[in-house]
Design a binder for this molecule. Structure first.
Ligand SMILES: Cc1cc2nc3c(=O)[nH]c(=O)nc-3n(C[C@H](O)[C@H](O)[C@H](O)COP(=O)(O)OP(=O)(O)OC[C@H]3O[C@@H](n4cnc5c(N)ncnc54)[C@H](O)[C@@H]3O)c2cc1C
Length: 440
């Protein structure tokens, strides 16, 4: 393996499809000995080039995709390169579910190590709040376990900044009974419904019991070719309860209504098409608090629509306000894990898609200014009493934010632990904790 890797490297770089933690360890040792940059690839859906490298070695985890469910202990053990689809399927066979992201094409390691939000977050918290232990290959090639009992400092760091500490080859999650179907699906509305939708959104947290989720924002549905309001509904309970909860939206005469009862696993496939769009893409995010100002939403709608009309082949882009109830998330204090985005607010995610390389920097700056506008006018910056979270989800913002912005008061401890577990900063492609502007 090492000889062929050396040969490939002499050419332009290498991708190594590892099939065991031992192999990961060998590759990491080889790369560090020869000072070759490493990138770790899960499902490759991040858009900040954090899982690719020019001339270095990509450790591709696609073969590390085994998932084992233990129905007695209600735990799911997934290898680091498994997708959430692998996890959802294995758990569903035993009528169980785990908290995983709303798009299940993405990888277990890539999502979980940075925090992880999903439709079950309202009921059970973040993905990391349900992580019981993990196995990791460190920068010196050692294979170690981390949990509340074993290497608890590494376990602290791995829950929120894990990508910066090594290669997670196995993760164990708490699972929950999920024998009932859930209510969910997409509704599309014409833009004149925006005030009514914002009204409903502004009442969401007073009505919510933790069993719901609601995404809403702007999109250009295929074939329609005009900007519309997309909402995605989720309710973990009976159809009658769900319809009662979402009645104000359902009665707004949506142009398209695809809501119905479905297995939980299907809910996590509804947005998979967004992951598969071809061309160039960029994810970014910020946060928002309620109530939302209708004037801001109208402005954002116009901004989005203008971008869609001005630039070629950008119509697969979307802007989403993601209401996943935070009550369970904020039961865990910000300093209990390295994840510092807990507070009484919600995430906004945007995915911009385009094809022409000439507009790369334009799309980047348009997306950044849209996120900045939302952050300034709807985010925690205007309501500091809503918690001590940073307001930035590291898996969404790519390299738009510094490590200080992302990890706030947790950064000094993270840097200290980096010196212990990865003193030469081998794992730095996700967010570089030692970027010179981040040394505190
Ligand atoms: C369409 C779409 C929908 C999304 N929906 C959600 C959502 O509902 N909830 C949510 O929380 N997030 C969501 N995200 C964000 C997602 O969590 C991040 O994009 C995540 O980084 C994707 O992981 P990946 O393995 O697919 O990507 P990759 O590009 O392969 O990896 C991302 C980063 O994680 C590192 N990494 C991956 N696996 C490991 C491992 N086993 N050990 C160490 N490092 C590793 C990589 O090196 C890289 O730095 C979404 C993203 C997209 C594109």
């Amino acid at each position: 393996m090492m000889k062929s890797m050396q040969k490939a490297l002499n050419a332009s770089g290498a991708v190594v499809r590892v099939s065991s933690p031992d192999e990961v360890s060998k590759v990491v040792k080889f790369a560090t000995k020869h000072h070759i940059p490493i990138a770790v690839k899960g499902a490759a859906y991040s858009t900040s080039a954090s899982s690719s490298t020019h001339g270095g070695i990509v450790i591709d985890l696609c073969k590390l995709s085994r998932v084992i469910v233990d129905p007695e202990s209600h735990t799911v053990t997934a290898q680091g390169g498994a997708t959430w689809e692998d996890v959802d399927r294995a758990a569903a066979r035993l009528r169980l579910a785990v908290v995983g992201p709303t798009t299940n094409y993405i990888s277990v390691g890539g999502t979980a190590l940075g925090g992880g939000y999903g439709w079950l977050t309202g009921r059970y918290g973040l993905v990391i709040d349900n992580l019981l232990s993990l196995r990791m290959v460190l920068a010196d090639g050692r294979i170690v376990n981390a949990s509340a009992e074993e290497n608890p400092d590494l376990f602290w760091a791995a829950r929120g900044a894990g990508q910066d500490f090594g290669v997670a080859t196995e993760l164990v999650f708490k699972a929950y009974p999920q024998s009932n179907e859930v209510f969910g699906g997409m509704l599309y509305f014409s833009l004149d419904k925006l005030p009514d939708i914002v009204d409903f959104v502004n009442g969401f947290e007073h009505q919510s019991t933790g069993n719901e989720g609601l995404f809403f924002g702007f999109d250009r549905p295929p074939l329609v070719e005009k900007t519309m309001i997309l909402t995605i509904l989720f309710y973990n309970g009976s159809e009658t309860e769900a319809r009662e909860f979402f009645q104000p939206l359902l009665s707004l005469a949506p142009t398209v209504n695809e809501t119905e009862m479905m297995p939980y696993i299907r809910m996590n496939t509804l947005m998979n098409k967004a992951a598969k769009f071809g061309g160039r893409k960029r994810i970014s995010g910020t946060n928002f608090t309620l109530p939302l100002d209708i004037k801001l939403l109208e402005e954002l709608c116009q901004d989005f629509d203008k971008i869609m009309k001005t630039y070629p082949r950008v119509n697969q882009s979307a802007l989403m306000f993601e209401l996943l109830p935070y009550n369970e998330v904020i039961k865990v204090p910000n300093d209990a894990t390295a994840f510092m985005n807990r507070g009484r607010y919600y995430n906004v995610a945007s995915i911009f898609c385009w094809h022409a390389p000439e507009i790369d920097s334009k799309m980047k700056s348009l997306q950044q200014s849209m996120m900045q506008k939302i952050g300034e006018r709807a985010g925690i910056a205007r309501s500091p009493h809503l918690g001590d979270g940073t307001g930035l989800y590291a898996n969404f913002v790519g390299h738009d934010a510094s490590a200080k912005d992302l990890f706030g008061d947790g950064l000094p401890r993270l840097q200290e632990l980096k010196l212990k577990y990865d003193p030469t900063n081998v794992f730095r492609k996700w967010h570089d904790l030692f970027d010179h502007k981040n040394v505190v």
